[in-house]
Design a protein around this ligand. Sequence first.
Ligand SMILES: O=P(O)(O)OC[C@@H](O)[C@@H](O)c1c[nH]c2ccccc12
Length: 279
Amino acid sequence: MQVEGQERPNLTDAASDILARICVQTRDEVARRMAGLPLRELKARLRDIEERPRGFGNALKLKTAEREVGLIAEVKKASPSAGLIRPQFDAAAIAREYEQAGAACLSVLTEGPNFQGHVADLQAARAATSLPALRKDFMLEPWQIYESRLIGADCILLIMAAIDDDRAADLLGLARLVDLDVLVEVHDETELHRALALETTLIGINNRNLRTLRTDIATTLELAPQVPPDRIVVAESGITSRADVLRLAEAGASCFLVGESLLRQPDAGAAARALLGPI
Ligand SMILES: O=P(O)(O)OC[C@@H](O)[C@@H](O)c1c[nH]c2ccccc12
């Protein structure tokens, strides 16, 4: 990593705060990629793209109307909390299983150092299905929004714990400009109120604290009832059973972002079907 020591946050803090560490790594990575593709060139390339995004929010609404539950099924090889989840990782094959099981959308990790994700995984998963895909990464810089559109993402994630209000509004506006949907992620009441002040429909409530990596679905149970009905609540992380889905739905979540519990099963499609329930 090439960043000078004094530009880094205190390393003791960064080591005990996983989100802070990932943000430092992401800024380094973005600086590297930007050097290879300056913003002006990136924008010029976008002008040549004809394909429109697939409509992530819309797919969630349609599936939820059809079967009560909108599943965003996650494609990831590893995570900082679980380590290696799928040693034999085939993003396209997993995505196809999810689509056949009735998932509304995909979520694909593209972050390298902590999740072993790649842009190519998102492209492979999306090409193998007709489902819209969320680029699951840490969006900090405007350049990343344009890049997300270039690589074929349909939606991006904005993590309120990682950015301030001005940055969130800027990145949200840019995403709109390039026709990407946005999932705004919160973990506590303060972040939820900051998110609700933004003009955005998809509110993700992450049951995992990204600073400590601990999960507790009580986070969604507490926060979902505070979300007005014109927004869509996506319960995220630590969801392992149909019983979890039913409890979270009762609290007001209509959509569910699930990765690890599906990917731990040899048949991820069957696991997704079990979460979705009968129909
Ligand atoms: O694998 P799980 O526990 O089912 O969680 C999926 C998803 O919610 C999780 O990957 C996630 C939610 N928000 C994030 C932000 C960064 C990295 C990862 C995430």
